[in-house]
Design a protein around this ligand. Structure first.
Ligand SMILES: CC(C)(COP(=O)(O)OP(=O)(O)OC[C@H]1O[C@@H](n2cnc3c(N)ncnc32)[C@H](O)[C@@H]1OP(=O)(O)O)[C@@H](O)C(=O)NCCC(=O)NCCS
Length: 196
């Protein structure tokens, strides 16, 4: 997204918790949520490009960001949503650095749902399942840059004591997953700078 991050090199945070790699399956809708496998990468790229293609706030670099995060080993959690036998949604989580030294906080994004599958609850399900798994892995909190109207529905709030340089505070949101809430400047992974 344009002007939303000033990512620098962040150190890889190693989570102590066991990585949950099970499938979430909705018996009502047939939606499956699971971690990405190498076979999903082409489909994730297709979904991401299609979702952001006509978005004015996007530079259409989100699929490059995903490749860069993956290459750097910084895709802490990468969940795909599968429906009708195909990948129709995706969300990524990667480590962020916080200037007060707090560790185990992560950035949510990019998140994409293939246009024909939007507004059916898939994006919300990806967020809920992703945050749940992140917490189970030992994460202490999650941040993102995005539309507050959407993310407030999912428990994210504008954090009083955290900022991202160059990002308007109203679109920077956080969800603490532990008792302590950090103070300072958040830096997203340098993969967010990728343009090719
Ligand atoms: C954002 C996105 C992932 C949401 O996925 P989704 O499956 O459509 O979301 P859900 O079905 O769970 O929720 C849909 C609801 O959120 C709202 N919504 C969707 N995107 C929104 C946005 N950017 N801002 C505010 N509300 C939004 C919809 O209006 C809908 O509400 P309604 O049903 O009351 O009308 C999807 O729309 C998408 O891929 N968009 C293009 C890429 C993008 O914008 N990514 C996020 C960048 S921060």
């Amino acid at each position: 997204m344009k002007n939303d991050t000033r990512p620098l090199q962040t150190k890889q945070t190693i989570l102590s918790g066991k990585q949950a790699n099970s499938q979430f399956i909705s018996s009502k809708t047939g939606l499956i949520l699971r971690e990405e496998t190498p076979d999903d990468i082409v489909a994730i790229t297709r979904v991401t490009v299609a979702a952001f293609m006509h978005l004015k706030i996007s530079n259409q670099t989100e699929h490059y960001i995903l490749h860069a995060l993956r290459k750097a080993g910084a895709l802490t959690l990468s969940l795909v949503a599968e429906m009708d036998g195909q990948v129709v949604g995706h969300v990524a989580f990667s480590p962020v650095a916080i200037s007060d030294g707090t560790e185990a906080w992560f950035g949510l994004g990019p998140i994409s749902v293939f246009p024909g599958y939007q507004r059916q609850g898939i994006g919300g399900a990806l967020i809920r399942e992703g945050v749940k798994r992140l917490k189970a892995m030992g994460a202490k909190g999650c941040v993102l840059v995005g539309d507050p109207g959407y993310y407030k529905k999912h428990g994210f709030r504008n954090p009083p004591d955290l900022i991202v340089e160059g990002v308007p505070p109203d679109v920077f949101m956080a969800m603490p997953l532990a008792h302590t809430v950090p103070r300072g400047a958040v830096t997203f992974h340098e993969g967010f700078l990728a343009t090719e």
